[in-house]
Ligand binder design. Structure first.
Ligand code: 13P
Ligand code: SF4
Length: 320
């Protein structure tokens, strides 16, 4: 698609990018949705910031003609499933997810076939083709609540995150048959670095995303989705926090409670692998570019989209 009228083909300089993106957003009648793991500048310019559930709800209710999803592919795909007639843009089409990649649709079909009597609950961090094979979608903020609503006599398959599944099983008291996937970011936090931070700041509250490995969750004072971690930072009496999730969330924490102190936990061996390499593929330049060119856009096979829609709608209804 052509550039918006009046726009030169050259990317504006970084100082001009926010105004240029804002002008294009108005011209395209677009809404910008951003996940908490996006770089700070993208969070600052977004119309809405949220966790996976909040962003799916926004995508379901928006009247905008164009949705720019500053997040990863499965999130933009969910927005497209909910809005087949709208244009859904993802600034970088390579912004995938190691968890979604760990569950290929054909292997998942075999797994389901081995458990024909099971109710299939899939974490939203999966492809549309896996959603299409699921009975119910959940996110980390509603998974416990949804699993508790399922008939007690029905066995449950849970995919693709085994760490989240194990935590949901403990919280809900339901036995879950788990797909053996995990997130490369939440698998990377260094327990040694966490213990050292706890020694240095014994008063700090440790707050963790349920995608973290069990040995880290065992050290946490509070466990929840990104939005719940943000709420906890605001409502807890603690004034210092050690945060076991992608450090993009610290931007919102520091903005909302500037008088509190937040520490990220590095990856093992001090690597910066605690930053999601997929989320961080989106940049302000690419956000401008996708609004200017109206691409890359998410496209989906109709049959998969229709089958994937039902378990998402069921989730939205059950967690209303
Ligand atoms: P939330 O639903 O908590 O935002 O999690 C999304 C995600 O990808 C975590 O890695
Ligand atoms: Fe996927 Fe992990 Fe990145 Fe979340 S943090 S998008 S689960 S790879």
């Amino acid at each position: 698609m052509a550039l918006a009228p009046g726009l030169a083909g050259e990317t504006p300089g970084s100082a001009e990018l926010p105004a240029a993106i804002d002008a294009l957003r108005r011209e395209r009648k677009a809404v910008i949705l951003a996940h908490y793991y996006q770089e700070n500048a993208i969070q600052d310019i977004a119309d809405y910031i949220g966790d996976s559930l909040e962003l799916a709800r926004r995508a379901a209710s928006t009247e905008a003609e164009v949705i720019v999803f500053c997040g990863v592919h499965f999130m933009a795909e969910t927005a497209k499933i909910l809005n087949p007639d709208k244009i859904v843009l993802l600034p970088d089409l390579d912004a995938g997810c190691s968890l979604a990649d760990a569950c290929p649709a054909d292997s998942f079909a075999r797994f389901r076939a081995e458990h024909p009597d099971h109710f299939v609950v899939s974490y939203i961090n999966c492809s549309a083709a896996v959603k299409a094979q699921s009975d119910l979608i959940c996110t980390s903020s509603n998974a416990v609540q949804l699993v508790q609503q399922l008939p007690a006599d029905r066995p449950i398959l849970f995919a693709p995150d085994q760490n989240l599944g194990r935590w949901v099983s403990r919280q809900s008291g339901r036995e879950l048959t788990l797909w053996p996937g995990s997130c490369m970011v939440h698998d990377s936090f260094s327990e040694q670095a966490l213990l050292e931070l706890q020694l240095e700041y014994p008063e700090a509250e440790v707050i963790a995303h349920p995608e973290c490995e069990q040995h880290l969750l065992d050290l946490a004072d509070f466990i929840g989705s990104t939005s719940k971690l943000l709420q906890r930072a605001q409502t807890s009496d603690a004034s210092r926090f050690i945060v076991l999730t992608e450090p993009g969330i610290l931007h919102q924490m520091r903005q909302r409670v500037p008088n509190k102190t937040f520490h990220e936990v590095p990856g093992a061996d001090g690597c910066s692998c605690n930053a999601c390499p997929y989320m961080r593929l989106n940049t302000m330049e690419k956000l401008w570019h996708c609004l200017a060119t109206m691409g890359p856009a998410i496209e989906l096979d109709d049959a998969i989209r229709e089958r994937a829609l039902r378990p998402i709608q069921r989730m939205l209804a059950m967690s209303a």
